[in-house]
Design a protein around this ligand. Structure first.
Ligand SMILES: Cc1cc2nc3c(=O)[nH]c(=O)nc-3n(C[C@H](O)[C@H](O)[C@H](O)COP(=O)(O)OP(=O)(O)OC[C@H]3O[C@@H](n4cnc5c(N)ncnc54)[C@H](O)[C@@H]3O)c2cc1C
Length: 306
């Protein structure tokens, strides 16, 4: 059965939840990219599992959080993009120092929830603009904290619709990633902190946020750090290497580099994904020619070139 026919058939059972050729520009921080062939926004786990069990095609499936670390190419995504809806934005306290968060909860919402319950250790999430699903995938972090240090377990569903729980001991987290399969959709995470006075937690959150605002741009179309810090090759951070290679003023079309943080690339207004990707390649080449270090992407790039 062809894809649009399948989409039509499934749409009858899941009205309003599945779209064909869906505009993705609103769903990522760069505000860039072509359409997703199929876009699915399940509101419940039942809908998600139903879709996974009944949509039969060879199309790849990708889940998006809030797209704060994802560049979608101009030719769009020739596959299925899933964005988790209402059911996946729950937050609850399990015990004195443990909380469970759905994957579509924003990092700062989880951080605030921990504060409300006097649980310390999740303050760093207050300054990261993504969702919990994206944070688990990226092992997101800042200021010496990351997801691996506070996660206890995650609940996942695979592409066959099978739901299971994976304990953190079984996951090998590393800098901005883990060995979890790309086929897994994260449904929720259980996070553990330490009981502490709320005032102290709030102070730390404020301090971290102030530090962030000082060093990183706000209110611009960016997806955060473009490259990972090359921790095994040099002490220098990616932004320092970019500065050293004198790339800060480089631009292609409206794709530029932030004046405040040279590892943050910015869509000034009318850049294309192709402009952004070409700028990324150019910077990487210049950094390599100047410093001998090959920068690795932190930014996730998906889709087809036009
Ligand atoms: C201004 C700014 C500052 C930033 N600062 C930081 C920082 O300090 N530290 C840091 O680590 N990052 C930072 N980032 C990057 C980004 O916010 C994080 O990587 C964030 O965790 C990504 O979450 P997201 O929901 O936007 O993920 P997306 O960009 O939507 O997706 C990222 C990846 O996660 C996968 N994914 C998302 N949800 C799920 C799910 N439910 N199941 C399976 N896979 C999923 C996607 O397929 C993709 O591969 C910053 C970004 C910006 C724009």
């Amino acid at each position: 059965m062809n894809i649009s026919k399948q989409v039509q058939d499934l749409s009858r059972k899941l009205p309003g939840k599945i779209h064909y050729e869906y505009d993705m520009r609103r769903l990522n921080w760069f505000k860039l990219g072509g359409p997703a062939k199929v876009f699915f926004k399940p509101d419940t786990l039942e809908e998600l599992v139903f879709f996974l069990k009944n949509f039969s095609s060879n199309l790849p499936i990708k889940v998006l959080g809030v797209g704060s670390n994802t560049l979608i190419r101009d030719g769009g995504y020739d596959g299925v993009i899933i964005k988790l809806g209402k059911y996946f934005s729950h937050l609850s306290k399990l015990d004195d120092n443990t909380v469970i968060s759905g994957s579509s909860v924003l990092d700062r919402q989880l951080s605030n929830f921990a504060l409300e319950n006097s649980i310390a250790g999740l303050e760093f999430l207050f300054c990261i603009p993504g969702s919990i699903g994206g944070a688990i995938k990226m092992n997101s972090g800042c200021y010496d904290h990351d997801i691996s240090k506070c996660i206890v377990s995650i609940q996942v569903v695979d592409c066959n619709g099978i739901v299971r729980t994976i304990k953190s001991e079984k996951i090998n987290f590393f800098y901005r990633g883990s060995d979890l399969s790309d086929d897994l959709i994260f449904l929720s995470g259980t996070f553990k902190g330490k009981k502490q006075d709320g005032k102290k937690i709030k102070e730390r959150m404020k301090k971290l946020l102030a530090f962030k605002k000082k060093s990183q741009p706000t209110g611009v179309k960016t997806c955060g750090s473009t490259f990972k810090n090359p921790i095994n090759q040099t002490q220098k951070k990616a932004w320092e290497l970019i500065k050293e290679a004198q790339c800060e003023n480089m631009k292609i079309g409206d794709a530029t580099i932030s004046e405040k943080h040279s590892n943050f690339f910015v869509n000034q207004d009318s850049a294309t994904s192709n402009d952004m990707e070409n700028l990324i390649s150019l910077v990487r080449e210049k950094v390599f020619n100047t410093t001998g270090i090959k920068l690795e992407l932190e930014l996730q790039i998906i889709g087809e070139k036009e």
